[in-house]
Design a protein around this ligand. Sequence first.
Ligand SMILES: C[S@@+](CC[C@H](N)C(=O)[O-])C[C@H]1O[C@@H](n2cnc3c(N)ncnc32)[C@H](O)[C@@H]1O
Length: 263
Amino acid sequence: MSPVRLTPAQARALNDDYLARMRQCVPWSPAVAWAPKLNFIGDTYEVLELFAGVVASDAPVHLLEPGQFVDSPNRRFRYCVRLHRAGQPLLTWWGAEVGTVIFDSDVIIPALYQVKEIDDGGPPWNEAPWMSLTPGEIMTLRPGTRQSKGKVIIAGLGLGHQLIEVSKRLQVKRIVVVEIDQELVDWILPVIRPHVRKPLEVIVGDAFEVIPKLTGDIALVDTFPGYGDGFRVVEQLAKRSPGIKRFWGWGTSEMTGLRQRER
Ligand SMILES: C[S@@+](CC[C@H](N)C(=O)[O-])C[C@H]1O[C@@H](n2cnc3c(N)ncnc32)[C@H](O)[C@@H]1O
């Protein structure tokens, strides 16, 4: 697809729109409702840095310097802290809708990348991170977190963001994480664990094989690279999992259009 060519007037209008948005910034809150255009004060954007002291950078992930990343022992995973520049839009999604978030100053966004399974001659890391603590990720994981109670199954560890948020809920009694990658668990779980406030069991395995054998009040499934990818897959998994009362998948509750109020 060729890039869209803007006329000077269109480019000016776009620039003016971003400048106006930067003047309308409000404090960030993890509970903020989704809207197509969100504008936040960068200084209020606080995120958990799992590995202390990693220097934020906006360089490509494969060009980061020592001190700007932490790799897992066999270099299958890279944790780094992206430096996101003031005024640059970040995408957000809500069901079929797409929006943007901007900040009025630079912010940091911790992220987790996995090495490509097949060497394609390009940079070794997958282009899209498994997880990054963007407003978009935080807002779209929230509907699942808010439904969690009792015994909660979480499929997909990532940066442990949803695990930590679920563990803060009074209604949650215990958590079982199902994660496919042993190296990720061995490497990152010890730094996530101190933030988890509930009894925790971790099962290393394919969630789509493990979950049907489990019991629980709810399963939160976020094993997907793309938002809403799991719509049908989660539906089928629920049918094969009689021991689990309720299912939620990343993006799937918004896709139904039934849960718009949970923004
Ligand atoms: C999008 S990330 C999860 C991010 C997580 N929700 C968070 O809050 O940080 C997806 C995770 O699922 C794992 N995964 C992928 N496929 C899986 C599968 N079939 N079964 C279990 N885990 C899987 C990946 O290794 C990765 O850790």
